[in-house]
Design a binder for this molecule. Sequence first.
Ligand SMILES: C[S@@+](CC[C@H](N)C(=O)[O-])C[C@H]1O[C@@H](n2cnc3c(N)ncnc32)[C@H](O)[C@@H]1O
Length: 292
Amino acid sequence: MKKTFFPEEFIEKYSTLLGNEWNKFLETIKQKQPKSVWINTNKLGASIVHKKLSEKDIVFKKYIFSDQAFEIEMEKPGDLELFKRGKISLQEKAAMLPVIALAPTKDDYCLDACAAPGMKTIQLSNLAGKVKAVDVNSERIKSLIHNKGKYALHNVKVERTDVRNIKEKFDKIVLDAPCSSEGLVRKKRNALKGWSMEIVQRKSELQKELITHCFDLLKEGGEMVYATCSFAPEENEEVVMHLLKERSNAKVIPVKLSGIKLRKNKLCEYCVRLYPQDNNTQQFFLAKIKKN
Ligand SMILES: C[S@@+](CC[C@H](N)C(=O)[O-])C[C@H]1O[C@@H](n2cnc3c(N)ncnc32)[C@H](O)[C@@H]1O
């Protein structure tokens, strides 16, 4: 097995943050990440997908937090016809949770603020009424447009722009922010090759602008989930606290996710972290914010 690359400064910072869990964390990220699937109900119902897999003797384990999500025991689920035809998408378990925590309904107009390649857009399209999916990156937007076609995202409008140019109002927003991608270290052993505290700080500044702008796009009573796959307090709790300081009508509210162990923290009430060792996932941070 290839060795994971950790910069010295990263080890110092996060062995302190994780304390006596650091070794457990290292052990977990050495193990292969389970493969997980989201059922695209725009194309096929969950029970039909379950039936098709059972007929092929493919083993899968449903997740408690959604009928549309499960772990699959298969080396290459990308080879399945169900995937090739856009009836299922392959999405990491923790990465599914921002949309589940947001809990959109068919009455909601939603914004996917940093959307490409569109894994969360698929979830939003299945659960919400209408969706606007925005991304600034001209290469990444191509995969979002491809996925709009592949997954029949008929209620999604894609726009390539900086989300700070958007002026409409929304009932619900997912801000899956660009981050230092620290949490991808389980999936990619070299994910931290270019890591530095300078990048973390730069991302933190951008995230503070994005969270404030997206909050302003919420209708009164609207809700937003802010998420990153970074461990850094600078990109997570600090960003949420910045919003709370800037906007007196912003409030962090509890996240409800059945069957998932969430770590609360002292820095910011109701902000939650998912560590790899808790749910056998990648790292994730979530905060659900309401506009009063
Ligand atoms: C974590 S990735 C999003 C992953 C995506 N939500 C998914 O689940 O497939 C962050 C995205 O933010 C986009 N981004 C960065 N800055 C942005 C901005 N100012 N406005 C809109 N999108 C931005 C990046 O191009 C990148 O695609």
